[in-house]
Design a protein around this ligand. Sequence first.
Ligand code: GLA
Length: 725
Amino acid sequence: MGIQIKEGACTSFHLFGRAFSYVIALTPEQQLVQVYYGPFVHPSNDFSELLKASPVGFSLQFESGLPYEKLSPEYGTFGKHHLKEGAFTLMTPQHVGIYDFVYDGYDIVTEKPDLEGLPSTRGGDETLVITLKSVSEPLALDLFYTVYSDLNILAKSSRFRNTGEKSYMIPMAMSGAYALGAGKYDALTFDGRWIKEFSLNRHEVHRGRQVYDNLLGVSTHAYQPYLAICDRLASETHGHAFGFALVYNGNHQMVVEKDIFEATEVKLGIHPHGFTWQLSPNEVFYTPEVISVFTEKGLGGISDAFHPFVLNYLSRGLAFEHSRVLVNSWEAMYFDISEEKLIQLGKQAHKLGMEMLVIDDGWFLNRHDDKSGLGNWLVDPVKFPNGLEVIQKETGLELGLWFEPEMTSDVNDPIIGTGHVTKSRNQYVLDFTNPSVVKSVFTKMCAILDEYPIRWIKWDANRPITEPYSTTIRHQGELYHRYQLGVYQLAQLLVERYPDLTIESCSAGGGRAGLGMFAYASATWLSDQTDAVERIRIQQAASLFLPLRSLGSHVTACPNHQVLRNTSLKMRRDVAIFGTFGYELNPLSLALEEADAVKEDILFFKSYRDILQYGRYMRLQSELTGHTNEFAHMVISKDKKTILVAIYQVLAQSSWQGLRLKLTGIEPEATYGIDEKRYTGLYLMHVGISITDCFTGAIQPVIGTLGTGDFSSALFVFKQLSHDY
Ligand code: GLA
């Protein structure tokens, strides 16, 4: 399965998985055109007639008579056959654009090529490499395609090669374009800001270009590098849906365009604004990888593909088989930490069953608030007179540590910027375009990681790049991308030297949730918004692409620090366990009965951790499908024997009509039990769990626990009993 090539009068390349086909055909002018992306069609079919759709009106005609305006270039550039912007531009002072690229052959390689400095996915079936060459210049383009046939995933990237003796400029190099045809589609993107990450934006794709982008250098919350396009009526289980994600955390652009012929095309890649790469003689340039999936099973189909894909083919740092139940010092104590306080906190956390203490910001020299100290990376001897190991010994917990490697508080350090450089959160961005700056940060981090038993780091980045300028690079147009390569270089150095180290990526909460960092990290801190109500929305939105195992989620104190809302400990648990699950409060401040409850909750989580983190997760009701007050989701174990279902109510409504929460993906013939009740799989899927209101606004399931009033939740565990009924 995977790749079929038909050579002849009309050569075609058919990439396919169990349930999708992606077909590229070659025109008589030797241009590569994307002719089909959709449900699986047997490769024996001839797709060449798709090239010949009749020209319209004054459409441009070429020798072959093909209507190029209506065709979708596979990786095109403006100028001759393609009269739209295209996916790349190559220039010299004499050429606005070098547009005469033609097909030059293909190869199939068994090992997925490395993208030299960029993160990329592993494994997959074979990789198809199609080469284009310029007719006039010593330039070549290699287009890489790897199919993950079981998951219906296609990974694409491209390489520019200069085989001549003069330099060229690349002002645009997107990672890939996709022709989705003339359907009526919705686009789903996630915009946001600090403590408001992953806000869903679902709207109809209309004629014209819709652009979602990020220009701040360090990944931001603005537009996450994820995009879904689906049938207007697509639900969680039905409808055609495409999912796209960039394996990149720098400036990105995602363009959705419905053209004058009503055809929709999307393209994703490095943002062309502020980008111009010099391709010197004998140099190559790789674009970041872009991952796509096609499914006929709605939005849930996107998650079903991406979740195992991220876990098995991208995410690193699964050094611990499961994520640890951690306690993080940030919301517990903020900067007011010390050996003594953390030991006390840690001892109690250990008693309650927590497994790791993460020492967040404030542990290093001269760091008493956010005004100074970044870049020191030396343990503060006043706060920690005996170093850090003593904390591990005294508490019995493993240790995690916060770093903000790319930042400094000192304007005299080698920073990005020129003239008066803006101080944001009292800090500056180090010039990571310079490999020696990266190396020196690495050396400082190694000193800590070598001395102390740190198993886990939280890698934060709390400000964007402004006044982009580096004193060391040859072209300022390369700054943003070179900066990002520096970030990946440091991550790579760390994981090579500390294979057992786990990394959680973070950027002022969820500003670095793009797939690129997952090549080095196992989780991302999704948001500094820790309110249970806000968190359901954030976590469910992120779960469209990211598996629960990667969603950093903690139970915090109430009133919540961001919205001052009070929610029950139960609801906070019911939300946080659908993620990595940890605590970010001081366990010593819990009342006795709360501490008992936390102990129980941790035991509960541990007994279902494997299922929660590696089972199949499905949203039942979420904002993605228009729900605004009652949210629900479920996880089913791989053997389908255990199901966890949670429902959350934001505001209680009197005389609410109630609902029947219908499960999906379970064994239809099996009998599932909860308390004394018995249900068949078919009953749970077609009739559902009945949830009524009891006039007071409480959600009252006919089974399980009652959730009371505003901000309530119920969690059910069903166990399969037998196959007979
Ligand atoms: C960022 C992170 C927080 C915390 C602080 C520390 O805002 O998102 O979780 O680590 O930095 O300064």
